[in-house]
Design a protein around this ligand. Sequence first.
Ligand code: FMN
Length: 371
Amino acid sequence: MADTRQPPRPDEPIRFAYWVPNVSGGLVISNIEQRTDWSIDYNRTLAQIAEKAGFDYALTQIRFTAGYGAENQHESVAFSHALAAATEKLTVIAALLPGPWNPTLAAKQLATINHLTGGRIAVNVVSGWFRGEFAAIGEPWLDHDERYRRSEEFIRALRGIWTEDTFTFNGDFYRFRDYALKPKPLDPQPEIFQGGSSRAARDMAARVSDWYFTNGNTPENVAKQVDDVQAKAAELGRRVKIGVNAFAVARGTEEEARGVVDAIVANANPEAVKAFGHEVKNAGAASPEGEGNWAKSSFEDLVQYNDGFKTNLIGTPRQIAERILDLKQAGVDLVLLGFLHFQEEVEFFGREVIPLVRELEAARRPVSAAA
Ligand SMILES: Cc1cc2nc3c(=O)[nH]c(=O)nc-3n(C[C@H](O)[C@H](O)[C@H](O)COP(=O)(O)O)c2cc1C
């Protein structure tokens, strides 16, 4: 097959997002000390540090019940609004699950937050892996690819409501008539992200999403996904933006950084990691092709919720900056980051890593684009 991959425009800087710790227990299933807190006060300050540090986006998590270390969970849409209200530039991505949310409610909720924040709200439509959670809130659990069929309807419905004067939708999962949402969101429309990397996730991204978010992986494996998604998107005259997860450990030496990851894994809670590994088999492994997020994750991979060690942003600031450029070369537009000690490490990342990334981007920019 011809390589239809369109590399990111060379003059576009790679974007940075961080995971909002709106659930307790941090981003690793480990008993190691994490100087991170799920409270709103900690998170407001973190968001302010992040926007000053050069982060463009903050991504909240949607979780309804405890499990695997996340004992407490703040709801994502309300929390996203609070963070946008506490900041000036940051765009906050609110995670939603089709099922508990329906698109008419979500469109209204997000349009209001869009106005309240001057357009700094986006949405991450996640299709779900936590079957036990769905049972707890009385929500029927659909098969893997049916979840994506529903998510695609959800996204098409959101866009229709946001852009058409009145909108009617006759889907298999959602039906509504002559819905005239006012006010519409400000231009540009809120961006629509999605999480997942199975066949169904990729095809949905190619058809309807602005952004495709995938779990941590090597540049080679990310490039394969990018080629696949972009080839299908190109057939529709579209280009999807790509975000990849990473757990960043930036330290003075590579040994020190590697030592931190070793300590995280050594202090992992084996029961919780194994239970999480069992539950996420409802994601990629449950797809008809058996591929997708967590389908091939090892015990160590699972200690970080979204395979963030695999991306290997573990080392000195320069090593990390170079690896980020490799990801950009693979077609990545955004790196989504988790940290052990969020406030201090987001600040450090902004001071020590992002400027190096910008230097490398300028140095590698083709002459025609730099002119
Ligand atoms: C960046 C990212 C963020 C996600 N956030 C959430 C979330 O907040 N809540 C949730 O239930 N699932 C979340 N997911 C999981 C997805 O809903 C989906 O179940 C999972 O990625 C499996 O996809 P796959 O089977 O298509 O590979 C996220 C996934 C990614 C990649």
